[in-house]
Design a protein around this ligand. Structure first.
Ligand SMILES: Cc1cc2nc3c(=O)[nH]c(=O)nc-3n(C[C@H](O)[C@H](O)[C@H](O)COP(=O)(O)OP(=O)(O)OC[C@H]3O[C@@H](n4cnc5c(N)ncnc54)[C@H](O)[C@@H]3O)c2cc1C
Length: 553
């Protein structure tokens, strides 16, 4: 059990799913579904997961990428949520995923001399006090105006009355989701992507859910997967899954769109992340890799396409205006390298409640025997969400099911990390790659780095960068196929590496190279490669790139 999700073995995974009753079938391969698969598999259950598109193709690749308690929720007095989230943050940083989840400082600039410092200061004292005992991130601290400007010369000095620095953490959300799914696979879970649950199966008397009809979108064929329990983790698609099974659940999901801009690091002169107040909420400036900032977000109701929500010119201008209220050198549309939009799966309250005011806590429901479903929550609390929905699903299971163990289960790549980090130079020498490349791989694969390096030993050309000026290696494309379940060029460029949002051309210049490497492993002929490239160009044009082009027009 290596935890490889090998796209070349997809047919085997499909047959395994179709051939036997499972204990638990998870619908949805975002962070919640991947977490639920890991939670159930690590309790010794026989688990399968079906994902309609790719792992993390929904909201779980489009978040602010923060693992945080959420200062905003503290202000809304959502103390339980903040406490739980901070403890999860600390667990992820210190034990479960130290290779993926990194502490990051945030500067909170102060503008109202007398009232703001005690108010924000008290909030941060509470925030720090809510952490667990691990404390892998430093406490907050106060800054003078001069100190704040030293950390962030980009801020307009007028009206600035000092600042506070506090710590949270960040993650590549799609990579984390894939790593959780792989860890589930290492514990025996069968993970199948591009496989959509089209309806729910019922027992002869209709009283129980007994599995799902699944459509394989690669072949168009459908098959039944039978399971003792079905767990719905379908994010903003949850209501549709319930409807497909004629299920009346105890809650409904409301979609709230959030947009982020990606800008070059040089556009904002600061050595720290920043959080500033806006009229309705807050705006984050989040350092992303060595070369980019992510700036966002928005929070508006959405009723359009769930799969590819789009950013409008209004969204982009709103973010630019909010950023420019505090920046000395204003950002313009020409600074924007990438745009992405995601949908928060919020648990519905009254229709007139603004989405900014809806709680980020999660809700679990068992609307019919055999079926449990979950919605709401945050990326940060996915492990607790997974535990709660699996607990609900197995409450009346035929045999005793152990408690969740994921709090003690490091994700793949976390085990032995310090020793592998210490060996970075030696690994570079042994495999003939620069130490900077090994360090880059360590932040993405942790102690599994030698699996990627092994591919380079077999084929030296894989040590070359995928695109000049970006840290990704060609080997990462091959590894995405053999270990991370990537089936299409889009899976690689949008989620295994993040060129879709990081590069001004949305990664289109790498599409042919990616198709060639993937094609070599998956047996694609010339026509299939051309089709994959064309599909990616179309996809990129309807997501970030087209949004940018239409803005420029
Ligand atoms: C703009 C924005 C910023 C955010 N920032 C943060 C943040 O910084 N920190 C934080 O903690 N949280 C954040 N969140 C929240 C967080 O991203 C989400 O709570 C989380 O990603 C939701 O994951 P999920 O697995 O529930 O949903 P999704 O990731 O959407 O996964 C659901 C999956 O189900 C699949 N699916 C749907 N129907 C079917 C079917 N019939 N069969 C098979 N598969 C199906 C979909 O394809 C999809 O992949 C943010 C959210 C947004 C929108």
């Amino acid at each position: 059990m290596t935890g490889a999700i090998d796209a070349r073995d997809r047919t085997t995974a499909l047959h395994r799913l179709a051939s036997g009753p499972l204990d638990v079938l998870v619908i949805g391969g975002g962070i919640t579904g991947a977490g639920a698969a890991l939670d159930a598999a690590s309790r010794g259950l026989r688990v399968g997961l079906v994902e309609a598109r790719d792992l993390a193709a929904g909201t779980s690749s489009r978040s602010s990428k923060l693992i945080h308690g959420g200062l905003r929720y503290l202000e809304q007095r959502d103390f339980k949520l903040v406490r739980e989230a901070l403890r999860e943050r600390d667990l992820l940083v210190s034990k479960l995923a130290p290779h993926l989840v990194k502490p990051v400082p945030f500067l909170y600039p102060l503008y109202k001399k007398v009232v703001e410092r005690p108010y924000v200061g008290t909030g941060l004292v509470i925030y720090d006090a809510m952490e667990g005992t691990r404390r892998p991130v430093p406490h907050h601290r106060h800054l003078t105006t001069r100190g704040a400007l030293r950390m962030a010369p980009a801020l307009r000095p007028e009206r600035l009355a000092g600042g506070m620095v506090y710590y949270d953490a960040q993650v590549d959300d799609a990579r984390h989701t894939v790593t959780v799914a792989r860890t589930a696979a290492a514990h025996g879970a069968i993970i199948l992507t591009r496989a959509s649950a089209t309806s729910l199966l019922r027992s002869a008397d209709g009283a129980r859910v007994t599995g799902a009809r699944v459509r394989d979108s690669e072949t168009g064929r459908s098959f039944d997967v039978t399971a003792e329990r079905v767990v719905v983790c379908a994010g903003v698609w949850t209501d549709l899954v319930h409807e497909s099974g004629d299920i009346k659940a105890g809650y409904q999901v409301r979609m709230s769109k959030g947009v982020h801009l990606v800008v070059d690091r040089s556009a904002i002169d600061a050595e720290t992340g920043m959080i500033v107040r806006t009229e309705k909420s807050v705006l984050f400036f989040i350092p992303w890799g060595a070369d980019r900032w992510i700036v966002g977000t928005t929070d508006t109701d959405w009723s359009g396409d769930r799969a590819e929500p789009t950013a409008t010119a209004e969204d982009v201008d709103y973010i630019l205006a909010a950023a420019n209220r505090v920046l000395a050198r204003p950002l313009t549309r020409s600074d924007v390298i990438g745009v992405y939009a995601g949908l928060r799966p919020l648990v519905a309250a009254a229709a007139d409640t603004p989405t900014t005011k809806l709680s980020r806590e999660h809700v679990v429901d068992v609307p019919l025997p055999g079926l449990a479903s979950i919605a709401g929550g945050k990326f940060t609390t996915y492990r607790l969400m997974a535990r709660d929905v699996v607990d609900a699903a197995v409450r009346d299971f035929a045999r005793p099911v152990p408690e969740s163990v994921t709090g003690d289960l490091p994700l793949l790549g976390a085990d032995g990390l310090p020793a592998v980090r210490a060996a970075a130079r030696r690994l570079g020498e042994d495999f003939g790659v620069p130490v900077t490349a090994v360090e880059h791989l360590l932040t993405r694969y942790g102690s599994l780095v030698s699996e990627v390096l092994e591919m380079i030993r077999q084929d030296k050309s894989l040590a070359r960068p995928l695109v000049d000026g970006y840290p990704y290696l060609r080997a990462e494309v091959g590894y995405a196929v053999t270990h991370e379940g990537a089936l299409h060029v889009e899976d690689v460029l949008a989620r295994r590496v993040r060129l879709l949002i990081e590069s001004p051309d949305a990664g289109t210049s790498a599409a042919a190279e990616v198709a060639a490497i993937m094609g070599g492993l998956l047996g694609w002929g010339r026509r299939r490669r051309a089709l994959e490239i064309r599909r990616y160009l179309e996809f990129a044009a309807t997501s970030s790139a087209e949004a940018l082009h239409s803005l420029a027009a």
